[in-house]
Design a protein around this ligand. Structure first.
Ligand SMILES: Cc1cc2nc3c(=O)[nH]c(=O)nc-3n(C[C@H](O)[C@H](O)[C@H](O)COP(=O)(O)OP(=O)(O)OC[C@H]3O[C@@H](n4cnc5c(N)ncnc54)[C@H](O)[C@@H]3O)c2cc1C
Length: 218
């Protein structure tokens, strides 16, 4: 489906950014870019009034996100029935060091998606598992043994549409109060980024390091 057939991020009552609304981003391209840059999401469900938030790997597939987990997991069993959820991805970009505690903060790119998941089956399920693998480590799926029927049965794959989402982005340096500007305190921001370390072979590994692992996130 074309991108412009979907609502702009933050355009529903539930997703309109009210707190510091100038940090809200309405552009779906930014929504996609943040989801494509992240590796870990947090998924929430409320059970008997108690919220549970679980970190998961994910991938964006067009106008939906895909997640997978154990068919036996409480979270996945619940989500597969269409229980409402909240899905967030946070990319931490830096620490903002203001001259006061109150103005000190973080730089980030954040996405929040509200909605209900649908369970994928058959070919769609197989394709989704490849998509998730390709997002986390491109090239890996073609190198590994595909899941057996038993493993597929033990895996639940869900899709969450991106039709009710919000995007909030915080960037740049501190915004100190006028009266703090002459304090003898360093002010600025410290960028943070995620980098891959050197790959460590398994003790029973006999194979050369593939380029797609060596080049990942470099
Ligand atoms: C790494 C990081 C650290 C943060 N640290 C703090 C902190 O210490 N204290 C603090 O008060 N806030 C912090 N925030 C901001 C926080 O996420 C909220 O935006 C803020 O607390 C306002 O929440 P609210 O529910 O009152 O916002 P509202 O503006 O009332 O929320 C309305 C709607 O806006 C959208 N929205 C709100 N926040 C976000 C978001 N972050 N990403 C995407 N959509 C959003 C949602 O759809 C939400 O339903 C941090 C954010 C990030 C990403």
């Amino acid at each position: 489906m074309a991108q412009d057939t979907f609502a702009a991020p933050g355009s529903t009552t539930r997703t309109r950014v009210r707190r510091i609304p100038e940090k809200a981003v309405q552009d779906r391209g930014t929504l996609h870019a943040i989801l494509d840059a992240g590796l870990v999401a947090h998924l929430a469900v409320v059970e008997d009034g108690q919220p549970f938030v679980v970190p998961v790997g994910y991938a964006r597939d067009g106008e939906r996100v895909l997640i997978h987990g154990s068919s036996g997991s409480r979270l996945f069993r619940d989500l597969a029935t269409g229980t409402p959820t909240c899905f967030t991805v946070t990319l931490l970009d830096g620490l903002v060091l203001a001259r006061s505690a109150f103005e000190s903060s973080m730089n980030y790119r954040g996405v929040m998606v509200l909605g209900r998941c649908v369970e994928l089956t058959g070919q769609e399920k197989d394709d989704a598992l490849r998509t998730i693998s390709d997002h986390l480590l491109p090239g890996r799926w073609d190198d590994i043994r595909p899941p057996s029927r038993k493993e597929l049965a033990a895996t639940c794959v869900l899709a969450l549409p991106l039709d009710e989402a919000s995007v909030k982005v915080s960037a740049g340096g501190p915004d100190d109060a006028e009266e703090d500007l002459f304090r003898p305190t360093w002010a600025g921001h410290v960028p943070l980024r995620e980098v891959a370390g050197d790959p460590v072979p398994a003790s029973d590994n006999r194979d050369p390091l593939p380029d797609y692992v060596l080049g990942w996130r470099q």
